[in-house]
Design a protein around this ligand. Structure first.
Ligand code: ZN
Length: 94
């Protein structure tokens, strides 16, 4: 796990994670700063309610404009989701 130090623009501390061969900036948000604004979590395709703590992540190659808002649990489970998809795709059919 590497420590990123590019958090100036978005403010506050963030870290980097490697996922699917890419570097991702990951930032924990205690609650939505813009009330009424809703985000859709790409992990479960459900909306994140305003004010709910969640994770903001964006790929290094895409930049901060490509950031996505995830439920904390969905971000933590993203590897499980990915492997499950691959496994089911390669699984033999009965
Ligand atoms: Zn989610």
């Amino acid at each position: 796990m590497q420590q990123g130090d590019h958090g100036d623009r978005y403010g506050g501390a963030q870290r980097t994670e490697t996922w699917q061969g890419e570097e991702w900036y990951v930032r924990l948000v205690a609650g939505a700063s813009a009330p009424g604004k809703r985000y859709r979590c790409p992990g479960c395709d459900q909306e994140i309610p305003p004010g709910a703590p969640h994770v903001v992540a964006w790929p290094e190659w895409g930049g901060v404009d490509d950031r996505r808002h995830w439920h904390k649990a969905c971000w933590n489970a993203k590897d499980r989701r990915t492997s499950r998809v691959q496994r089911s795709r390669n699984a033999p059919r009965y």
